[in-house]
Design a protein around this ligand. Structure first.
Ligand code: ZN
Length: 172
């Protein structure tokens, strides 16, 4: 269990993977169970080169998934950065991602509702819109065979379900 209970470790790992790849997941794992950690400590634990740790940390930082606090080392006088995971901002990141997906799905649904689609019988060529079919005199632009109107209710149903699902998650 991590210190952050609202967002599951698995979800955080998925986001870390998207932004920082496998090394990103290892770095997040190192930060997860402590309050604060330095780049050097992360490098030591993960055996990832310091420069690479720094690079990935800044990528996380740009997405507000981590934050840093700096203070001066009493012995050396150098600045030390302590890194922390920002749980509440990970939630914000997730919400932002879902909103983006929702916008795309809604645009996709609008496209499905606004167009008629045609398709040849090969089962391999992509479908085309009525406007595109007009240009090729209703022949498939890929294989040249005649096209037929196709029912897109399956697509519409799928999109409806997906949209309701994500809207439900966003409202929760
Ligand atoms: Zn075709």
């Amino acid at each position: 269990m991590s210190l952050y209970s609202n967002v599951s470790d698995e979800t955080v790992d998925q986001i870390a993977m998207i932004i920082g790849g496998e090394e990103g997941v290892m770095i997040i794992d190192a930060i997860r169970n402590v309050k604060e950690i330095t780049v050097e400590e992360i490098a030591e634990q993960t055996e990832i080169q310091i420069n690479q740790v720094r690079k990935i940390l800044y990528r996380f930082y740009n997405h507000s998934l981590v934050t840093s606090r700096r203070f001066r080392d009493k012995e050396t006088g150098w600045f030390i950065f302590q890194w922390t995971l920002q749980q509440e901002l990970i939630e914000a990141f997730l919400t932002g991602m879902k909103q983006k997906i929702l916008r795309k799905l809604k645009a996709r649904l609008r496209h499905e509702l606004d167009h008629e689609f045609y398709r040849c019988e090969s089962g391999e060529c992509p479908r085309i819109t009525f406007e595109e079919a007009m240009d090729t005199v209703f022949n498939c632009p890929v294989c040249g065979e005649p096209t037929k109107p196709m029912n897109n209710e399956v697509y519409i149903d799928f999109l409806d379900v997906k949209i309701a699902e994500i809207e439900g998650e966003l409202e929760a």
